[in-house]
Design a protein around this ligand. Structure first.
Ligand code: F6P
Length: 543
């Protein structure tokens, strides 16, 4: 057994869970009218309400003891100090430097001058494109920007560009191409004019098959639709850590925006990977996004653990996953513009904490990262909420919403928020047999009909949710929300003693795809299991 699950803090939580499992939140709310005040925190315009979790004061104290036992405070300091805490890749995880306002040392050297240099380069470029000083080969203004990237080189910028659409400047429409499925790039290019289209090839490594394949197809499309070799420099820029590969692709290094190996892909939207964001909402708004994250960083680094939003969010996840056995976690934004937020969080959380070995290489004997999923409310309500309310699994959920909408149309926002509040209340309260029975009686149903319907209409309730309300989804608040989740993921990794900054699990599939392609190139059959061989045979005969 690992030392974690034998540790005093863990055992105390286990014992406490057996008591908490017998209590209902409905009763806890009845017994304590101060529950919301006791179990909610604010940071700037963000409210985190975790009163609808299966907790009491002792739960929080025990979780905080676990955090102290796992030396969370030290780990937070090590993250901000630029220590090489990504041990398997011998790297620091210094995404916080990308939004810092003070010197950040890496191996004794301040990284801020480099960060500021690239931010200035982005600013000059964004202004040149937006003002029309930089144009396409036929002197027309750029109207479209296509970001070609995948994973962290796609999900962050795509999510932010969508979420901050109300801040979009006139004139430049962003598009995101990630999938190697030719459908995506074909559909995107079909509507575009090469003379007014700017391409950003975004890849940390510049070796990613999907991105390079899409970039080559975009180049081919550009050349075969009037664009010339000389015009490539005007229409293609790159964001990468790999200068030689960018050059080998045919992009002039003058048109390259650099970032660094200490920025993890899924933590990179704050770097030049955010270029499509800066181009579409302007550099001032991009700086506001960084400032929002910086504020959350400061809060994470300095607030006491019990008043610390990312810490509490992380510990509640631990409570649900490790002590109540939750295997999945729903993220439910009541804001259509945050529709890509769950997908973004999937990479952030699952690529970071989907690990089965500790930092020391031991196989864990406790659960780590949960499955993250979700859809915007109220669409989810009419799709999968049935399972949240009456299914056999308990799925903890985060509900997020702005108090003010950007879209002042009719009564939509009040109706949306009424649904948010009603859902979290229903999930917590449920509806017991007595309530169902009197409801059916008042509807005039016979005793026999009530008896028949009763079990189907009971809601067990006691389903945990955390509510995150914020004033308005502006760049600063979005920056803070993203940083909140980044740090939440880090907190959980510290408790689990895993490295959240590597991603070896994505390698095997890539290697095997390379092997299969090589076999096809050499007309070989290749040794595979019978299922894989059967699938390949079927594909070849039907392609
Ligand atoms: O395959 C996973 C991954 O390595 C992610 O971690 C990363 O965000 C993505 O691929 C894209 O990588 P790159 O930016 O190097 O193209």
């Amino acid at each position: 057994m690992s030392s974690l699950i034998q540790s005093p803090a863990w055992l105390a939580l286990q014992q406490h869970q057996s008591l908490m499992a017998k209590l209902s939140m409905r009763d806890l709310f009845h017994q304590d009218s101060q529950r919301f005040d006791k179990f909610s925190l604010t940071f700037n315009d963000i409210l985190l309400d975790y009163a609808k979790q299966r907790i009491n004061r002792e739960t929080v104290d025990l979780l905080l003891t676990l955090a102290h036992q796992q030396k969370l405070g030290d780990w937070i300091s090590r993250l901000f100090a630029g220590e090489k805490i990504n041990a398997t890749e011998h790297r620091a995880a210094l995404h916080v430097a990308l939004r810092s306002d003070h010197a950040v040392l890496l191996d004794g050297v301040d990284v801020m001058p480099d960060i500021k240099r690239v931010l200035k380069q982005m600013e000059r470029f964004a202004i040149a494109i937006q003002s029309g000083a930089r144009r396409g080969y036929s002197n027309k203004l750029f109207t479209d920007v296509v970001n070609i990237g995948i994973g962290g080189s796609d999900l962050g910028p795509a999510m932010v560009a969508d979420a901050l659409r109300p801040y979009q400047l006139n004139g430049l429409t962003p598009h995101f191409v990630s999938n190697i499925d030719g459908a995506q790039i074909s559909d995107t290019l079909r509507h575009l004019d090469p003379a007014t289209t700017l391409f950003i090839v975004a890849s940390k490594t510049f070796t990613t098959q999907e991105t390079l394949t899409n970039a080559h197809s975009a180049r081919q499309w550009f050349l075969s639709n009037d664009g010339s070799e000389q015009a490539i420099a005007q229409h293609f820029v790159a964001v990468s850590t790999n200068r030689p590969a960018v050059q080998a692709f045919g992009i002039d290094p003058d048109n390259m925006f650099e970032f660094w190996d200490w920025v993890g892909g899924r933590y990179s939207l704050w770097s030049a990977i955010g270029l499509p964001i800066a181009l579409t909402i302007g550099m001032d708004n991009f700086y506001s996004l960084l400032q929002g994250a910086q504020g959350m960083d400061r809060h994470f680094a300095t607030a006491p653990l019990d008043k610390n939003l990312p810490v509490m969010l992380g510990l509640l996840g631990i409570w649900n996953i490790n002590f109540f056995g939750a295997t999945s976690h729903a993220v439910l934004p009541y804001d259509q513009s945050m529709q890509r937020f769950p997908a973004y969080l999937q990479q952030l959380d699952m690529e970071s904490n989907g690990k089965r070995t500790t930092r020391d290489g031991e196989v864990v004997d406790y659960a780590t990262g949960a499955i993250v999923w979700g859809e915007p409310g109220t669409n989810g309500q009419h799709a999968f909420y049935q399972l949240l309310h009456q299914g056999t699994q308990t799925i903890p959920a985060d509900f997020l919403a702005p108090c003010q909408s950007h879209h002042l149309i009719g009564d939509h926002h009040r109706l949306l928020l009424a649904n948010f509040f009603a859902q979290t209340e229903a999930l917590m309260m449920g509806k017991n047999a007595q309530e169902v029975s009197s409801e059916l009686e008042s509807q005039g149903l016979s005793a026999a009909a009530i008896e028949q319907l009763l079990p189907h209409k009971i809601f067990p309730g006691n389903r945990p949710t955390t509510s995150i309300l914020f004033k308005k989804l502006d760049p600063q608040t979005l920056g803070a929300l993203i940083a909140l989740y980044e740090h939440k993921v880090f907190v959980q990794s510290v408790i689990w003693n895993i490295n959240p900054f590597d991603q070896w699990g994505v390698e095997l599939g890539k290697q095997l795809a390379g092997k299969i392609l090589m076999e096809w190139e050499h007309h070989q059959t290749g040794a595979h299991d019978s299922s894989t061989s059967g699938l390949i045979r079927y594909f070849k005969t039907h392609q």
